[in-house]
Design a protein around this ligand. Structure first.
Ligand SMILES: [Zn+2]
Length: 278
């Protein structure tokens, strides 16, 4: 008999945290794969985001924020090791490390919570594995010498599948048992590390970068800020006297966030063109 302590009935705060971290890995995975093919530059915003901002500016300065960016995973190479032209080796290392960690984690979760394939009897009374149960798409399929198993569906599916086990999601086929506390600890730790690895490789791990170009409104020093899991922003060092049409942060600095970054980007781009023409 198991106790409620071993198998909590509702997802715990740790389970929700693991789910958050897995979602952050999934949501930034396309950016990481994109970054592999781009030379890293010490600029802000990070290069793949600049491409996005340029795109938004070109799209008549759409008000949409980054939530609406189409996932790019679909047209990216399935196997990151065979990336045609890795230019950012830190991003490649991070992707390989995170992929290996989450695939291995899914294997261990499956070993502990996934029911083995049922057997059925054929006409002569022999026990055979039930092909329908074996092929249940909700199963995590292990890698075999002849097949990549569920790894074929990529990191995205692995992260979704692990999150489903963590949150004890609907289990129509009776495939899974609840996750033991010790395994949940491992999942939460691995998910947190994976998220940090992705965010570090993308320069979103809470760093501040001084921009080379001055504030287009007041000439002050601009600084780009990233923080883990949060939206990036840019601040102007001048304070409330800066005439830029954005709110100030708690320290009185003009701050651009989300769609406002597009306005800043357009203004910086215009200033750059004026300098180039002069
Ligand atoms: Zn300013």
């Amino acid at each position: 008999m198991t106790t409620a302590l071993d198998y909590p009935l509702t997802p715990s705060p740790l389970a929700y945290r693991a789910d958050d971290d897995l979602a952050a890995v999934r949501e930034q995975w396309g950016d990481l794969l994109t970054a592999i093919g781009q030379r890293p530059l010490p600029t802000w915003p990070p290069r793949e985001r600049r491409g996005y901002l340029d795109q938004l500016a070109a799209d008549d300065r759409t008000e949409d924020d980054e939530q609406t960016v189409e996932p790019v995973v679909g047209r990216l190479p399935l196997t990151i090791r065979e990336h045609p032209a890795p230019l950012n080796l830190d991003a490649l290392d991070a992707a390989v490390e995170v992929e290996r960690a989450l695939f291995g984690l899914a294997d261990r979760v499956a070993e502990q919570v996934q029911r083995s394939v049922r057997t059925v009897r054929d006409g002569r009374g022999r026990h055979l594995t039930d092909p329908d149960d074996a092929a249940d798409p909700a199963r995590w399929q292990y890698q075999a010498p002849t097949s990549p198993g569920s790894r074929a569906y990529g990191l995205h599916w692995a992260a979704v599948w692990i999150a489903g086990r963590v949150l004890d999601e609907d289990d129509v086929g009776g495939l899974f048992t609840s996750m033991p506390a010790r395994l949940l600890d491992e999942v939460a730790a691995t998910a947190r590390t994976a998220r940090r690895t992705v965010e570090r490789a993308l320069g979103r791990d809470g760093r501040t970068t001084d921009l080379a170009e001055p504030c287009p409104w007041c000439g002050g020093q601009l600084a780009g800020h990233t923080r883990p899991g949060g939206e990036p922003g840019v601040t102007c060092s001048t304070g409330p006297d800066c005439t830029a049409p954005v709110e100030t942060d708690r320290r009185g600095r003009r701050t651009w966030k989300a769609a406002e970054l597009v306005d800043l980007w357009v203004a910086l781009d215009a200033a750059r063109r004026r300098t180039a023409e002069a």
